[in-house]
Design a protein around this ligand. Structure first.
Ligand SMILES: [Zn+2]
Length: 252
């Protein structure tokens, strides 16, 4: 079961690569079929098998021998391993729908991180589907009322902070995509969870920002993508809640 679900994860990982490549340039995510970025030849189904094709083709296009990005097999592998891991934890509880939702949420969050790092963008389409999947999960957990409060707080609190920041410094701190992501996460995390997320992601972001300025990897004025910090903290809250609770008791 876990292995089978892992293979499903490899296939979804392939689709995550399509999202990462096409969403930021507003291309349709289903048509046309993928083609080689070097020679433009349409990629056949047997060149599109997750992991396997990359290995068999030695990371090169079959006709023009242009290099295929190592990012493709890495994303597929991460997805496959994560799905396998999630399934092995969920088999005991025997519920397929929450497992599938949590797995798909993992894939969307992965796409979000890579797109934000590359383009400083958290696409609306991904936030929209995250919100839907989180809301279904909170209905299944009978927590959807708290979820709605969480969403309201997840949007209102960052908006307020951004507004105050704007009044003081005259620059916009958080992007609209960040605020929509907080809203979507609030649907699952609830009011307390989303406050914890906002607190820890801001903390993590500030520490990383300062560290990068210190090693001069970053100009002070240049904004760093904030999505990866939100998602790192959310990842702990969603997939390792007991560790997150233990961390909280250590700090407070
Ligand atoms: Zn080619």
């Amino acid at each position: 079961m876990s292995i089978l679900f892992g293979v499903f994860g490899l296939l979804i990982g392939s689709f995550v690569n399509v999202l990462i490549y096409r969403l930021p340039i507003s291309k349709n995510i289903v048509f046309p079929r993928s083609s080689c970025p070097h020679c433009g030849r349409v990629i056949t189904w047997y060149e599109n098998i997750p992991l396997l094709s990359y290995i068999l083709l030695w990371g090169k296009c079959r006709s023009c021998h242009g290099p295929i990005s190592i990012q493709y097999p890495i994303i597929e592998l991460i997805n496959g391993v994560a799905y396998c891991f999630l399934a092995s934890n969920y088999v005991l509880q025997g519920e397929l729908l929450p497992l599938v939702l949590r797995a798909l949420i993992f894939s969307l969050l992965t796409a979000h991180i890579v797109i934000d790092l590359r383009h400083q963008l958290l696409p609306d389409g991904i936030n929209f589907f995250l919100a839907i999947f989180f809301f279904i999960l909170s209905i299944l957990n009978e927590q959807w009322v708290m979820g709605l409060y969480g969403m309201a707080l997840g949007v209102a609190l960052p908006l307020l902070v951004t507004y105050l920041f704007y009044l003081v410094k005259g620059v916009v701190g958080l992007g609209g995509g960040d605020i929509k992501l907080f809203g979507a996460l609030g649907l699952f995390l609830g009011p307390l969870g989303i406050i914890q997320n906002i607190f820890f992601s801001c903390l993590l972001g500030s520490i990383m920002g300062l560290a990068l300025i210190l090693v001069k990897a970053l100009k002070r004025e240049k904004p760093i993508p904030f999505g990866p910090f939100i998602i790192t903290v959310a990842g702990f809250q969603i997939y390792f809640p007991e560790y997150f609770k233990r961390l909280l008791t250590l700090i407070f």
